[in-house]
Design a protein. Structure first.
Length: 307
């Protein structure tokens, strides 16, 4: 009877499926402890997991190689940047991406309903189901959350510079925000949104993968990831003080009620910044692109495991 129960347990999918867990070594300093914790979490969930520590820039390559070896479930263990890199390899491959959130904000995991606790996340991966969701793309680079130019891209760049000189993450974030605020400027861009062209002077242009919530406690979250739309936000003509009000209103009200704030859905966006190269924040990573930027939505391009 014991042998029969054991055989039946191993026959149940996705339980006891062998999977590749790619852990970004930048996600934590005590790597041995992280591996031990994750090994125990997946073992308790009934999954036979190969856990590997990977340098951040190699995540996409390692995910692609694992798929080429026959892996059908890739677990990205880290923050949104780690997940985004793995997603670029998993998209349209026939494999499934699962998320084990080890980052600071973990927006994508939250939108998928993945628990932030490692043991609970492993259980969700074991007992979950697979769905197909959309991906955003800018100049050939995919994104799971959003891409933007202007103030936020500058903030991410400044924060990274602060961290390179030894500042803690949150101190670096605060100092970077003050620097960007002091150097507030508006960009002049030409936007073509689904064939409609216009000029704008705006402190930022934000392009999300599906619609973002823009007010209240759900600020920054998404209710769905398969509507087949980009979400474009900008603030033409908004002053520095106006941006400050936007931040406050976002917490206590509806930013769409502010004069100068614009939010619209789109299937494709072309953005000309009038310069040769453009710095953008893509899922929290600063990337330099050739101008212009072309955004599109890739419908149901990524299979993901959800709770």
């Amino acid at each position: 009877m014991v042998v029969l129960r054991t055989v039946l347990r191993f026959a149940m999918a996705p339980y006891y499926q062998r999977i590749d867990v790619l852990v970004n070594v930048a996600a934590g300093k005590q790597h041995a402890a992280v591996v031990e914790q994750l090994t125990e979490a997946f073992r308790a969930a009934g999954l036979d997991a190969e856990i590997r520590l990977i340098e951040g820039p190699a995540i996409a390559r390692e995910a692609a190689e694992a798929i080429a070896r026959g892996s059908t479930l890739i677990v990205a263990a880290g923050g949104d940047g780690t997940v985004s890199a793995a997603a670029s390899a998993v998209a349209n491959s026939g494999a499934t991406l699962a998320v084990l959130p080890l980052g600071t904000l973990n927006h994508f995991a939250n939108d998928l309903g993945i628990p932030l606790d490692a043991a609970k996340a492993a259980q969700a991966i074991a007992a979950g189901r697979d769905i197909e969701i959309d991906l955003g793309e800018v100049n050939g680079r995919t994104f799971i959350n959003n891409a933007s130019i202007g103030m936020y891209a500058s903030l991410v760049s400044e924060r990274a510079a602060m961290q390179r000189i030894g500042r803690g993450k949150w101190i670096a974030h605060g100092l970077a925000a003050m620097r960007v605020w002091r150097r507030y400027q508006r960009l002049r861009v030409v936007l073509d949104v689904d064939g409609q062209t216009r000029d704008a002077r705006t402190p930022f242009v934000f392009v999300g993968n599906n619609e973002y919530q823009l007010s209240g406690f759900e600020l920054g979250g998404r209710k769905g990831l398969n509507a087949g739309r980009l979400h474009v936000c900008m603030a033409p003509g908004m002053t520095r003080g106006g941006v400050g009000r936007l931040i406050l209103v976002a917490v206590f009200g509806d930013v769409c009620s502010l004069d100068g704030f614009e939010s619209l859905p789109a299937e494709s966006v072309r953005l000309d910044a009038g310069v040769a190269r453009v710095k953008a924040s893509v899922d929290g990573e600063v990337v330099t692109f050739d101008n212009p930027l072309t955004f599109r939505i890739r419908r149901r391009a990524l299979r993901v495991r959800v709770a």
